[in-house]
Design a protein around this ligand. Structure first.
Ligand code: MN3
Length: 219
């Protein structure tokens, strides 16, 4: 189990591949790339204000910390003993970096992949998985994230975390290798969808880069 966790960590660190001082990662697309599903104003504020804020505050919090040169993934493993500010902004930075890389216009779900076979085994079909994601994301009280993870038995799980927590953090009920994460903070959807979080979730599931999700599942 330890080895599997280590492999997960190695893989995950190649995603963020960064250490202090952290930088706001460049987006692979323009703010309007996902119109009308994500409006460009939301995208701009989300990236330029919210995500940037997490990066700035994380760097500030780490500046004089003796563990500042450890990777975020390492810090996640001992999160319970670290200051809350690291949890909130470290999680915020990691989660958003992961989120931006999971979105793709004209995304296609390939039914021949290992991921697809596993989804069919466990959920029957992709629509049923999506329904689970929407339900789980809608149920979160307050701010948080809904995740699809590969757990330590190589099973797919849909689960959620509060605030900027994620499945890599110690003592999370929602635990495993993240395959897909969707931000359900109001700042992610409120301008366009107002309080209709379920509608936002059902639309954003049309712009998931399933090819990438499958790669994460395979690795
Ligand atoms: Mn956000």
């Amino acid at each position: 189990m330890k080895n599997i966790t280590l492999l997960f960590m190695l893989f995950i660190s190649t995603i963020s591949n960064a250490q202090f001082p952290y930088e706001l990662p460049k987006l692979d697309y323009n703010y309007d790339a996902f119109e009308p599903i994500i409006d460009s104003q939301t995208m701009k504020i989300h990236y330029n204000n919210h995500h940037k804020g997490y990066v700035t505050n994380l760097n500030k919090a780490l500046e004089n910390a003796k563990f500042k040169n450890e990777t975020l993934e390492n810090l996640f493993l001992k999160m319970d003993s670290l200051p809350l500010v690291i949890r909130n902004h470290g999680g915020g930075h990691w989660n958003h970096s992961f989120f931006w890389k999971t979105l793709k216009k004209e995304a296609i779900f390939d039914t021949t992949t290992n991921l697809s076979h596993q989804i069919i085994r466990q959920f029957g079909n992709i629509d049923s998985l999506k329904k689970n994601i929407i339900e789980s994301g809608t149920k979160i009280f307050g701010s948080g994230w809904v995740w699809v993870v590969k757990n330590h038995n190589n099973q797919i799980e849909v689960c959620s975390t509060s605030n900027q927590d994620n499945p890599l953090m110690a003592n999370q009920k929602c635990n495993g290798k993240p395959l897909l994460g969707i931000d359900v903070w109001e700042h992610a959807y409120y301008l366009k969808y107002n309080s209709r979080r379920g509608e936002y979730l059902s639309y954003i599931l049309n712009i998931i880069d399933w090819q990438k999700v499958n790669q994460r599942f395979d690795q």
